[in-house]
Design a protein around this ligand. Structure first.
Ligand code: MLT
Length: 270
């Protein structure tokens, strides 16, 4: 693990870094941290400088109260500055990380060389989703929901049935990562997710090559929505990962990495 302090605010960001070459940055989903990108750090660092920061409140980066998704995009940009990455990067985000990547694309288009949106969506929460977030917030506050119980409840939605039945190591890995997240960070994260703005109107303005990835059995951000999002982004391509749910980077890492690598190869020659 490495750390870098942001000059703009009292925050030290924890991150992983591996490899040399064009910069590829991975932003994790909820309620997880940089650890979820281990298979990508390992494989894609053969050709790229790969970084995976912990968003505030997750992993080893301290929580910041009242932080929205746009603020998280600002922090990713400040993180790049602090790590002295000045040229444009390929930014990849999964689910919550995708919300952050979409906010980054809107706020810092000149810092992007390419965009990878995995198992995510542009729409804000509807009223039912907001009510569910409110219940989670109340449960986290009164202690009836813990990091352990939250990840257990989410498991059937995070991982495809086939993964849960046949890949105990993947289930154990998601459990390990989810259980390790600090409660305050999870709480702040749910608030940010509930209050995130709708990013749909920004899709048509994305001017960098974009890859949308979705797990065939994603129950949180299903393929149908991913196709809709991809068709709203000029020139975007979409890859569906078979035998995967909401976490194809962990459920089918080789297929996920191959899709990313092909996109990166095409970027290098375009
Ligand atoms: C995630 O995987 O980051 C979350 O499921 C996103 C969400 O709950 O909206």
């Amino acid at each position: 693990m490495r750390t870098v302090s942001l000059p703009e605010r009292p925050l030290t960001v924890a991150y992983e870094e591996q490899g040399e070459g064009p910069t590829l940055v991975f932003v994790h989903g909820f309620p997880l941290c940089r650890w979820m990108w281990e298979p990508q750090l390992k494989a894609l660092s053969a050709t790229h400088r790969v970084l995976a920061p912990d968003l505030p409140g997750f992993g080893s980066t301290d929580a910041v109260l009242n932080l929205g998704i746009d603020d998280m995009a600002d922090i990713v940009c400040e993180f790049l500055d602090a790590a002295q990455i000045n040229g444009p990067v390929v930014l990849a985000g999964l689910s919550m990380g995708g919300y952050v990547a979409l906010a980054f694309a809107r706020r810092y288009p000149n810092r992007l060389r390419g965009l990878i949106l995995a198992d995510t969506k542009s729409e804000a929460d509807d009223s039912t989703a907001k009510q569910n977030r409110d219940k989670q917030i109340a449960g986290l506050r009164d202690g009836s929901i813990t990091p352990d119980s939250l990840i257990e409840t989410m498991m059937p939605k995070l991982l495809a049935e086939g993964t849960r039945n046949n890949q105990p190591h993947t289930v154990a890995e998601v459990r390990r990562i989810g259980s390790a997240q600090p409660k305050e960070g999870i709480l702040a994260g749910v608030v940010a997710l509930r209050d995130r703005p709708d990013a749909t109107s920004g899709l048509a303005k994305i001017a960098v090559p974009t890859l949308v990835i979705v797990g065939e059995h994603d129950a949180i951000t299903p393929p149908e929505g991913a196709h809709k999002m991809a068709s709203a982004i000029p020139g975007a391509r979409i890859v569906t990962i078979p035998d995967a749910g909401h976490m194809p980077n962990l459920e089918q890492p080789e297929r996920f990495n191959a899709a990313v690598q092909e996109f990166l190869n095409d970027l290098a020659t375009s």
